[in-house]
Design a protein around this ligand. Structure first.
Ligand code: HEM
Length: 428
């Protein structure tokens, strides 16, 4: 049987939907997520995307995700050869399979235990405060840049025991941004494979090697990595964790802030709630102490999942939604489509934190999947949720926020992040 016979293709979209999908490319690949939604509306939740040599089978249903992440997970590899993540991260936890992956995950898991996270909370807040001290008394703030500094420094402090600041941070930032541009969608998507990482990435690489070589750290993850692996593998894992562990939190927090300032009701409720917790007690606050802040974050992750898709390749036949996908096929697990599925979520495009309050929640398994699912879900989900809660609450405690007129849109880079908008801020 020919594997993909009958699988709907974007080429089958009618002229009107086809033109709408093409129009999303006016922002280059940054707007590709909109084309996915148009294709899903016209073709159903499982289809083949045709974009140059990039022809993944897109899976946009909860049932399909369950097949891919749990029931038939052995049919899919996490190492789509030729992708920039594989070239940059080489043999790290994110891009290896089987025992090699499982060993790395076991080595790192201690850094994510509840006790380690509790100890991380005051460190995250100290860094957030240090960064918020730099904000203007009254003015405009670029949320992504500001949240990146907090998330990046917190990550290095907690997991590497490294105090990144001042000139070293400024000198390394261009390397980090170059790495993020490199792993995001770009011309390589059309060619089907990425070239070498750009030279600027060496700035980041040099920083990582310096951190790895520092004498004693106290960083919960670096020590475990050093004990288990040689320098090159430590490099691969450390670089991967740094990128996976801060760019996502940056996007989560930036979206939450931008969505909040666009909703008078939820901004007022979240602000009231955050300010009811004494500043000195915030590090110990749980999700139960901050239900509205928590609901805002969950809803931001639903509407704008920072990791909007999982990239895979079939290593054997994979059956989904009545179709048979042959080995060697690129697959895209679309967390975004699933979380905006109108057959499961009421008014899916509306930002409504209320859907998470008063005992309400996701409408079923594999419907809210910002951290993926199954045995290879996000190892850092607990850390990310804690960080989101504490940093968002701290910003609300210290600043009055307002929307500005600068237009905002979603952009698919290394993560799906807000681009363009500015936050209005006034120190209390
Ligand atoms: C809001 C923040 C975050 C989001 C939305 C997020 C999302 C995800 C998703 C969706 C996956 C699965 C990807 C796939 O199916 O292909 C994943 C995996 C992963 N995440 Fe996160 N993540 C976040 C924060 C973090 C943090 C803070 C860390 C580390 C400190 C981290 C480290 C990882 C790693 C290492 C994996 C691969 C796990 C494995 O393959 O075993 N993430 N993340």
């Amino acid at each position: 049987m020919s594997g993909r016979r009958g699988l709907p293709r974007t080429a089958d979209l009618g002229p009107r939907a086809g033109l709408r999908a093409l129009a999303t490319l006016r922002w280059g690949t940054a707007g590709l997520y909109e084309a996915l939604e148009i294709a899903r509306d016209g073709l159903g939740p499982v289809f083949e995307l045709g974009f140059g040599r990039f022809r993944p089978v897109v899976i946009g249903s909860s049932e399909g995700l369950r097949e891919a992440l749990v029931l038939q997970r052995e049919a899919l590899s996490w190492r789509p050869e030729g992708d920039p993540v594989v070239r940059l991260f080489r043999r790290s936890i994110l891009v290896t399979d089987g025992p090699e992956h499982d060993e790395a995950r076991a080595v790192m898991s201690g850094a994510f235990e509840a006790r380690a996270l509790r100890e991380a909370a005051p460190e995250m807040l100290a860094i957030a405060d240090d960064e918020l001290d730099r904000w203007p008394e009254q003015g405009k703030v670029e949320a992504v840049a500001a949240m990146r500094r907090i998330a990046w420094r917190s990550f290095e402090r907690v997991f590497f025991g490294y105090d990144l600041r001042g000139p070293e941070l400024e000198a390394t930032l261009p390397g980090l941004l170059a790495a993020l541009r490199y792993i995001g969608p770009g011309a390589w998507v059309l060619r089907g494979a990425a070239g070498r990482p750009p030279r600027e990435v060496r700035l980041l690489e040099r920083h990582i090697r310096k951190v790895i070589a520092q004498p004693q750290t106290g960083g919960t993850m670096l020590e475990a990595l050093r004990e288990a692996f040689g320098t090159e593998r430590v490099r691969d894992h450390a670089l991967t964790m740094l990128i996976a562990g801060h760019d996502t939190s940056t996007a989560q927090l930036s979206w939450a802030l931008h969505l909040l300032v666009r909703s008078r009701e939820w901004l007022a409720r979240a602000t009231r709630e955050a300010r009811a917790v004494p500043a000195a007690a915030l590090a110990g606050a749980t999700a139960d102490d901050l239900p509205v802040v928590e609901a805002v974050l969950r809803e931001a992750l639903r509407l704008w999942p920072p990791i909007h898709a999982g990239a895979r390749r079939t290593v054997r036949e994979f059956q989904v939604d009545g179709y048979v996908v042959p080995p060697g096929q690129r697959v895209m697990l679309s967390y975004l489509l699933v979380q905006r599925d109108g057959t499961r979520w009421r008014e899916p495009l509306v930002f409504d934190p209320g859907r998470w309050l008063e005992g309400r929640g996701a409408p079923g398994p594999f419907t809210w999947v910002p951290f993926g699912g199954g045995p290879r879900n996000c190892i850092g989900a607990g850390f990310a949720q804690l960080e989101g809660r504490l940093v968002l609450a701290r910003v609300l405690q210290r600043f009055d926020l307002a929307v500005t007129r600068r237009p905002l849109r979603g952009a698919m880079g290394a993560t799906l992040e807000p681009r363009g908008g500015l936050l209005g801020v006034r120190r209390r």
